[in-house]
Ligand binder design. Structure first.
Ligand code: C2E
Ligand code: CA
Ligand code: CA
Length: 638
């Protein structure tokens, strides 16, 4: 019986179908067990697996029963129709699945579906007619099987070509890798079909329909690929950049970051739609990556300058028109090009991060060589700052104290000064506060720097006093972060003590704080240190959110009017009146007023007329190394 079955199967072997049956079962069980979203996509995949399973099972049974004795022809016919129909139903399910990632318009999808259904019906009818009118496949009255022509072959050719057509037609809507992946798998299936046809075989038909399922699952689900936006996970950007650098293929990197993006996605369905459509339009030009911090990055191969410039302009205009204008989402756009100035590919994203932090909102920034240089400098400064913090040496050679003498109008002499920090680093030379203070604050490293400056200032004061110069005090700048530090008062006290100078030779400059808890803390600490004789300056008055009641609650000794107040007051009489009223009010409340940024004689007379007590600015001196301060001081009268 076994031997005769083998011969009778007429070249059919169930191996292919059995493998498909087992793989479908295994995959369905595994997919069911994974923690994936059991959404429509998932259900479509499951349906495809189930349909393929039925197609294979019916095929095995059909082929087995075909030459068995005493089987009613109707059973053979039913099995045959079920097998072929389930098989050709699979491409419809593919279409159902692919319409989303390939973004096939609904109309087109319906049209493709309709054409496929018409073809399936026509071929099935043709097959049934063949059975009735005895052409094609039929079993005659003597139970003899006739296989003239398998009409379903037409259907196989049609459905496989339809899938290939759709994939190729909409290829620009998925990233290249996915397109080649899908194309490869489907061509493989077509090849098996052709080989089968040549050898007059049918054993591997189900295999051909099964391979693309694996392709879909693998391409869209095992990849970090977002079906809705068409974007790939940002961590893969580095691969493309490495590749581009190695092969010397320049690419343009376009980064768009939106604040409140996740909120918008959750709140407005319309935004989601526009955003997805924006993404899909954009990825036609290159590869789109999504990053967790609400950033999209598009990479475009740089062919000709005019071409990519136009692409970028289009994308940006499209973004402004459809996303920004409609939903008012704030954004920052950065355009960058692969460059040999970049040391490590990982730096690209870091540079984008860096520029994004410092650039204004709702603008586009083209990254230049200068930006890249600044980034590396900043990084270098940061690493040096880290080292300074780790070493915690209060005499660290890299931290320099400069100072600016302050002119006292009452005594007509320089008897105070402001300490200003500089860094002197091997690779960059002198670094100014605007380049490192914000960094040090951001990375919580300012405190060590402040203590070094305080220590070095105390040391200099000690020397100045020992050499018998007249010096009332030097003020040191502290950041709000310093004040918050728990042991702030104790540390300041210790450092002054260790340097053997009276407490009142040091003053503390702070800027006002908007935050309620900070404010109360500040007040507490000011009062504590003032008890020792340390004076307090309110720095940059006029730049913040000056709230008089607030200021009065902290017993400052000196109010420093920011240079912007001086500039404003020079402009017209009413501003001058306002500034001088502020100044006289502070004076009558026993605060001394200091004007910053006095640059020339005109500024000086102006400030004198506005009730100034102290003057500071380039007119008197630029910031100088603290060792040179003595040149401005008088010797004590003996
Ligand atoms: P600031 O406390 O307002 O310091 C005054 C700044 O104005 C100094 O800049 C000084 O060089 C500049 N300046 C002085 N006279 C004139 C003038 O006549 N015209 C103009 N246009 N500018 C003048 P510098 O040294 O670059 O410091 C900038 C800022 O960095 C300081 O502003 C301060 O906020 C911060 N800073 C400096 N040293 C330290 C420090 O040791 N600790 C902390 N936390 N911040 C510091
Ligand atoms: Ca200051
Ligand atoms: Ca100031």
């Amino acid at each position: 019986m076994f031997e005769s079955t083998q011969i009778d199967l007429n070249g059919y072997t169930p191996v292919g179908d059995i493998i498909v049956i087992s793989l479908c079962t295994v995959m369905a069980v595994l997919l069911w067990q994974t923690h994936i979203n059991k959404n429509t996509k998932f259900r479509t995949i499951m349906t495809i697996l189930a349909t393929t399973w039925v197609a294979s099972v019916t095929n095995v049974i059909y082929e087995m029963l075909l030459y068995a004795d005493n089987i009613k022809p109707i059973i053979i016919y039913i099995l045959r129709i079920v097998h072929h129909l389930t098989l050709t139903f699979i491409p419809l399910l593919y279409m159902q699945y692919l319409h989303n990632p390939l973004w096939i318009p609904k109309k087109k999808k319906r049209r493709y579906g309709l054409v496929t259904i018409i073809c399936i019906t026509a071929v099935s009818l043709l097959d049934i007619c063949g059975m009735i009118f005895h052409f094609g496949f039929y079993i005659d009255s003597n139970n003899i099987i006739h296989k003239h022509f398998n009409v379903y072959i037409l259907l196989y050719i049609f459905t496989l070509s339809a899938i290939l057509f759709v994939i190729i037609k909409y290829r620009t809507r998925v990233i290249r890798q996915i397109f080649y992946g899908l194309l490869g798998v489907n061509l493989m299936s077509a090849l098996i079909m052709i080989v089968q046809a040549i050898f007059n075989q049918v054993s591997y038909t189900c295999v051909c329909y099964f391979l693309p399922v694996i392709g879909i699952i693998f391409m869209f689900h095992s990849n970090p690929y977002d079906i809705k936006t068409g974007a790939v996970s940002g961590c893969f950007l580095i691969n493309e950049l490495n590749d581009a650098t190695e092969k010397n293929n320049p690419i343009i990197i376009l980064s768009i970051t939106m604040t409140e993006f996740s909120k918008a996605v959750n709140q407005y369905g319309k935004f989601k739609h526009e955003f997805y459509s924006f993404c899909r339009k954009s990825i036609k030009k290159g590869i789109l990556y999504h990053f967790p911090n609400e950033r999209l990055v598009l990479t475009i191969p740089k062919k000709s300058v005019s071409e990519y410039q136009q692409i970028i302009d289009n994308i940006v205009n499209n973004f402004r028109k459809n996303i920004y204008n409609k939903f008012n989402l704030e954004y920052k756009i950065i355009v960058m090009e692969t460059s040999d100035k970049i040391i490590d590919t990982g730096d690209y994203i870091k540079i984008i991060d860096y520029i994004e932090r410092i650039m204004p909102i709702n603008e586009i920034h083209n990254i230049t060589d200068k930006d890249i240089e600044n980034y590396y400098n900043t990084n270098y400064i940061l690493s040096e700052l880290e080292d300074i913090v780790i070493k915690k040496d209060l005499n660290d050679e890299r931290v320099l104290v400069y100072c600016q003498p302050v002119f006292n109008l009452l005594t007509d002499s320089y008897d105070t000064a402001e300490a200003l920090m500089r860094l002197k680093l091997d690779k960059t030379g002198m670094v100014f506060p605007d380049q490192f203070i914000p960094l040090a604050e951001q990375y919580n490293m300012i405190h060590t720097l402040s203590m070094i400056i305080l220590n070095k200032t105390c040391r200099a004061v000690n020397e100045i006093l020992c050499e018998n110069y007249e010096l009332n005090r030097i003020s040191v700048n502290f950041s709000a972060l310093d004040i918050k530090y728990e042991k702030f008062c104790q540390e300041v006290q210790n450092i002054i003590e260790q340097n053997n100078i009276p407490y009142d030779k040091i003053a503390v400059e702070i800027t006002e704080s908007r935050c309620e808890t900070d404010f109360n803390l500040m007040r507490q600490k000011v009062i504590q240190l003032q008890g020792l004789g340390i004076k307090f300056y309110l720095d940059d008055f006029g730049t913040g959110y000056s709230n008089f009641e607030r200021i009065m609650e902290i017993p400052f000794n000196i109010i420093k009017f920011d240079r912007s107040m001086l500039i404003e007051s020079v402009k017209n009489d009413s501003s001058k009146f306002m500034v001088s009223t502020f100044a006289s009010m502070f004076n009558s409340l026993n605060y001394a007023v200091l004007f910053e940024g006095v640059e020339n004689d005109y500024d000086e007379t102006h400030c004198v007329n506005m009730n100034a007590k102290y003057l500071q600015g380039y007119k008197y001196s630029r910031p100088i190394p603290i060792e040179q301060l003595k040149d401005f001081l008088k010797h004590k009268a003996v």
